[in-house]
Write a protein that binds this ligand. Structure first.
Ligand code: ATP
Length: 468
């Protein structure tokens, strides 16, 4: 059976879309996604969807623009629509480039899917990616639950991320591309052993394969077996969790004697699952390493001690109970009390604020077409794609923000002082934060380096503020 036949069979079993339904294919211009696009275009009519290409030009490497035009040419060749997002690293000074680039990719793919009424986003991850991921996680010491590979289908809200090339090796894809005389761009970063994944790809896995050529299949089988064991034992973990853990908005509580009755591997699973559940509501994260730290500390510590954890969290032990929560902020130098009004703002929404002013978050297109955006009572700010939903609130003690032309962050309090804003007005000022809590704007006063300028930047959304 040739690759197209195997792919078609696999697509039928995946059952991720109906014929003629719109699906998004993420095409970087590399061989994997070029092959995926070609295979999708050759599917028989009874499984063939309406293909829409999504591409992100990261402006990171010399060839980024060539990749974009190659992807546009592919769209012409297959007569399918293409959507391109431009992303610049200067807009993301705080985050690691690789992670920020990946986050923006997925949020763009999902946004296009929602806009086009598509349920599926396809990426070209293949079997070699799968094996590298598993091995890297094993070596890094990830928690058992994280030792999963890349999933063939993963739901994220209304969209499912589908990886239809997982059964196929890179070799399979390259020989298909050569047979079909496809053209693709080489990713320069693949050649560098600087990146961890490339060391696994170029040195570690070839060595393991020379020891046993079936090592790839063995690693994949290992995660499949582990997955099934984890699902089988999940009800038991849930039972233990009921005795050991509880949480509310403020804290996660651990009953120490109950925890100590479980063996240590079970302690890790219970805590890891409980913390994940609690932190998904609080947007804190504690990794495997810190879970082990808590277990070791509870084993050794006397009844009244505390342990500092990352993300401003602290664990306090009071006899039989341990409480994990956000550290109290140091308010010695702040006089005014905090005002707790907090509102979320999603794209397309307008909200009225208590002081009679209002804010709306518009797409760039609708901002441009709104005549009243020229109104002098309006102030506006460009918002990067991945920042939403925004939060509107008054200032908090200890607030800090990035400021253009300055490295690090500056205290919002100092910005008020620099601009000689009277105390009573400081309490009334509105602060806008992005989805991760970073300040984008102290309204009418200071824009953070994370915001964009609608006149010059390629922007996704515009936040409009209308004074009372
Ligand atoms: N710039 C891009 N534009 C469109 N699609 C992309 C882009 N980069 C990657 N993709 C899609 O994602 C797939 C995986 O790419 P890559 O291995 O570089 O991503 P990654 O950073 O490892 O992502 P992940 O964390 O999801 O594995 C590609 O085959 C392609 O389908």
């Amino acid at each position: 059976m040739d690759l197209l036949q195997q792919f078609t069979e696999h697509i039928r079993t995946l059952d991720a879309w109906e014929p003629d339904e719109p699906v998004i294919v993420a095409v970087s211009g590399g061989v994997d996604s070029v092959v995926l696009l070609d295979l999708m275009g050759r599917l028989p009519e009874d499984v063939k969807p309406n293909i829409i290409i999504a591409h992100v030009n990261h402006h990171l490497r010399g060839i980024s623009d060539d990749e974009e035009s190659a992807v546009r040419k592919l769209a012409e060749r297959y007569t399918v629509p293409v959507y391109v997002h431009h992303w610049r690293k200067e807009d993301h000074p705080d985050s690691g480039i690789e992670k920020a680039a990946r986050d923006i990719r997925y949020s763009f793919f999902k946004e296009i899917a929602q806009r086009m009424g598509s349920r599926a986003v396809l990426t070209a991850h293949h079997k070699d990616d799968q094996v590298e991921t598993i091995l890297m996680k094993l070596v890094r010491g990830s928690a058992l639950e994280e030792l999963k590979g890349i999933s063939a289908k993963r739901s994220e809200g209304t969209v499912t991320i589908v990886r239809p090339l997982l059964p196929f090796t890179k070799k399979n894809l390259i020989s298909y591309a050569e047979q079909r005389q496809l053209r693709w761009a080489e990713d320069e970063s693949n050649a560098s052993v600087k990146f961890t994944r490339n060391r696994y790809r170029q040195t570690i896995l070839p060595l393991l394969r020379s020891e046993n050529p079936a090592v790839d299949d063995h690693l994949i089988r290992f995660t499949e077996d582990l997955d099934s064991l984890l699902s089988l034992s999940a009800p038991c973990v849930e039972e233990w969790k009921k005795d050991i853990l509880s949480f509310d908005n403020d804290a996660l509580y651990i009953m120490v004697p109950a925890l100590k009755q479980a063996d240590e591997a079970l302690q890790r699973r219970v805590l890891s699952s409980g913390i994940k559940q609690w932190s998904s509501k609080q947007s804190y994260t504690l990794g495997h390493k810190h879970i082990q730290m808590i277990i070791d500390w509870l084993k050794a510590s006397s009844p009244n001690t505390t342990l500092d954890l990352p993300g401003g969290l602290t664990a306090e032990r009071m006899y039989d109970r341990c409480m994990i929560r956000k550290k109290e902020s140091d308010s010695r130098y702040e006089i005014e009390s905090e005002n707790e009004i907090e509102k979320k703002l999603a794209v397309g929404q307008w909200i009225e604020l208590e002081d009679g002013s209002s804010m709306g978050l518009l797409t760039y297109e609708s901002f441009r077409s709104r005549e009243s955006s020229q109104n002098e009572r309006h102030l506006y700010l460009g918002i990067p794609l991945q920042s939403t939903p925004l939060t509107i609130r008054h200032r908090h003690n200890g607030d800090r923000m990035t400021v253009r032309g300055m490295t690090g962050t500056k205290k919002v309090k100092d910005i008020f002082i620099d601009q000689k804003i009277p105390r009573k007005d400081r309490e009334r000022a509105w602060v806008v934060t992005d989805s991760t809590g970073r300040i984008l704007w102290v309204v009418d006063l200071k824009e953070s380096a994370l915001s964009l300028d609608p006149r010059t930047d390629t922007i996704s959304y515009v936040l409009v503020y209308e004074r009372m």
